[in-house]
Design a protein around this ligand. Structure first.
Ligand SMILES: NC(=O)c1ccc[n+]([C@@H]2O[C@H](COP(=O)([O-])OP(=O)(O)OC[C@H]3O[C@@H](n4cnc5c(N)ncnc54)[C@H](OP(=O)(O)O)[C@@H]3O)[C@@H](O)[C@H]2O)c1
Length: 343
C-alpha cells in the first residue's frame, strides 16, 4: 500500500520543494510549490498600526540566553523600559553581563527563577518600586523562560516530568498571577511563549508537549477572563529554532541520554534494548541540527503582540514544513494526520 508522508523540515530540503516519502518502497519524491508566499512562512510582516511605545514597561523571563536575551535587547531598542528576568544573574551568566554592559537605565536585569515564589515576589517589588506611577501599572509580561527534554514515555522519569512542568507551566502560571495586578492597571499585554508542540504532539517529546499544551490552555482561559478588563493575551508558538538558542546542545543531549539510560528500570532497558535507544537519541540529535538559526520571526511576533493595537491570539513563527504539518495535525482527523506524519 502506498503511504505518503510529508517529510523533513525545510532546512534539509533543496529549494522550494516538499519531500514525500513512499514508505512501502523507501523512495522519495519531491512536490514543487509555485507560490512564493506559501514557501516563505518564516518571516511574516505584520500589518496594522502600533501604539507608541513611550516608556511602557515590560518584563521578559529567561533572558540569560536564546529568545529572551534577544527580546530584551530588541524591546530596549524599541524604547521600552525592560526588566530582564535572568535565572543566572547571581552567578554572573555571560548573557546577563552583556545586557548589563549596555548600561541603560531602561534595561534592568533582575535575578528571577520562575520556580521560586520568593524570587517572583521580589521581582514584583522591584518593578513596583521602579515604576514612575505604579498605579498606572506595567504594560507587558512575556513568559519566555523554559526548559526542554525528550524521551519516550517509558524512558521518562516522574521527576523529569515534574521538573519540566515546574518551569514551563507552573512558572508561567506563577509569574502571570503575580504580575496581573500591575498588568490589569495598565490594560496591558501578556505574551506566553508556547511552541508548535503546544498544538501538536510528537513521539518522544511528552515531557515538553504536556507543559506547552498546558500553557495554551492557561493562555486561552486567561484571554477569555481578561478580555472584559482590557488586557490582551497572546500566544507565540515557535517552530524549530534549536540551532539559534540554548534549549539543546549536543552535550546536553548526550547528558540527558546517559542519565536516562542509567536510570531506566531494568524491564524497560531489556525490552527496548540499547540499539533502539541509541537510534532514538540519534534521531533527536538530527532534529536539533535542523532548526532555524534566525530568531527574528519570533522576536517580530512578540513585538507585534506587545505593540499592535489588535494583537493576534496566536503567532506561528515557523518554516512552511512545520506550519503545514501543524495545520494538518490540528484540522484533519487523527487517523489521517497520524498516517501522514507519525506511523
Ligand atoms: N528554541 C526553540 O526551538 C523553541 C521552539 C519552541 C518554543 N521554544 C520556547 O522558547 C522559550 C525560550 O527558549 P529558548 O529556545 O530561547 O531556549 P534557551 O536559550 O535555553 O532560553 C531559555 C531561558 O530560560 C531560562 N530558564 C530556564 N529555567 C528557568 C527558570 N527556572 N527560571 C527562569 N529562567 C529559566 C534559561 O536560563 P539558563 O540559560 O541560565 O539556563 C534560558 O535563559 C522556551 O519557553 C521554549 O520552550 C523554543
Amino acid at each position: 500500500m502506498l503511504a505518503i508522508r510529508l517529510s523533513r523540515p525545510v532546512s534539509q530540503l533543496p529549494g522550494k520543494t516538499l519531500s514525500v516519502c513512499d514508505r512501502a518502497n523507501g523512495t522519495r519524491q519531491s512536490l514543487l510549490f509555485s507560490s512564493a508566499s506559501f514557501i516563505r512562512m518564516s518571516r511574516r510582516t505584520y500589518a496594522g498600526e502600533v501604539d507608541p511605545v513611550g516608556s511602557k514597561a515590560v518584563l521578559v523571563t529567561g533572558c540569560d540566553s536564546g529568545f529572551g536575551f534577544s527580546l530584551a535587547k530588541h524591546l530596549h531598542s524599541k524604547g521600552f523600559l525592560v526588566f530582564a528576568g535572568c535565572l543566572m544573574k547571581d552567578k554572573g551568566h555571560d548573557g546577563v553581563k552583556e545586557l548589563d554592559s549596555l548600561k541603560s537605565d531602561r534595561l534592568r536585569t533582575i535575578q528571577l527563577n520562575v520556580c521560586s515564589s520568593e524570587e517572583v515576589e521580589k521581582a514584583v517589588e522591584i518593578v513596583h518600586s521602579s515604576l514612575k506611577d505604579p498605579e498606572k501599572g506595567m504594560w507587558g509580561l512575556v513568559n519566555n523562560a523554559g526548559i526542554s527534554t525528550f524521551g519516550e514515555v517509558e524512558f521518562t522519569s516522574m521527576e523529569t516530568y515534574k521538573q519540566v512542568a515546574e518551569v514551563n507551566l507552573w512558572g508561567t502560571v506563577r509569574m502571570t498571577k503575580s504580575f496581573l495586578p500591575l498588568i490589569r492597571r495598565a490594560k496591558g499585554r501578556v505574551v506566553n511563549i508556547s511552541s508548535m508542540l503546544g498544538r501538536m504532539a510528537n513521539p518522544a517529546r511528552s515531557p515538553y508537549c504536556i507543559t506547552k499544551f498546558g500553557v495554551e490552555a492557561f493562555s486561552d482561559c486567561l484571554r477569555y477572563e481578561m478580555h472584559p478588563l482590557g488586557v490582551k493575551v497572546s500566544i507565540v508558538e515557535p517552530g524549530n529554532f534549536i540551532a539559534a538558542t540554548s534549549l539543546y546542545s549536543p552535550e546536553s543531549i548526550k547528558a540527558i541520554a546517559k542519565k536516562m539510560w542509567d536510570e531506566l528500570p531494568e524491564v524497560v532497558r531489556r525490552d527496548y534494548g540499547k540499539k533502539y535507544f541509541d537510534e532514538r537519541i540519534a534521531k533527536m540529535e538530527t532534529y536539533c541540527k535542523s532548526g532555524s538559526t534566525d530568531t527574528s520571526p519570533v522576536i517580530d511576533a512578540v513585538t507585534h503582540a506587545l505593540t499592535a493595537a489588535t494583537p493576534y491570539t496566536r503567532y506561528h513563527p515557523m518554516d512552511y514544513y512545520w506550519w503545514l504539518r501543524m495545520q494538518i495535525m490540528t484540522h484533519l482527523p487523527g487517523a489521517v494526520s497520524d498516517r501522514l506524519y507519525i506511523y
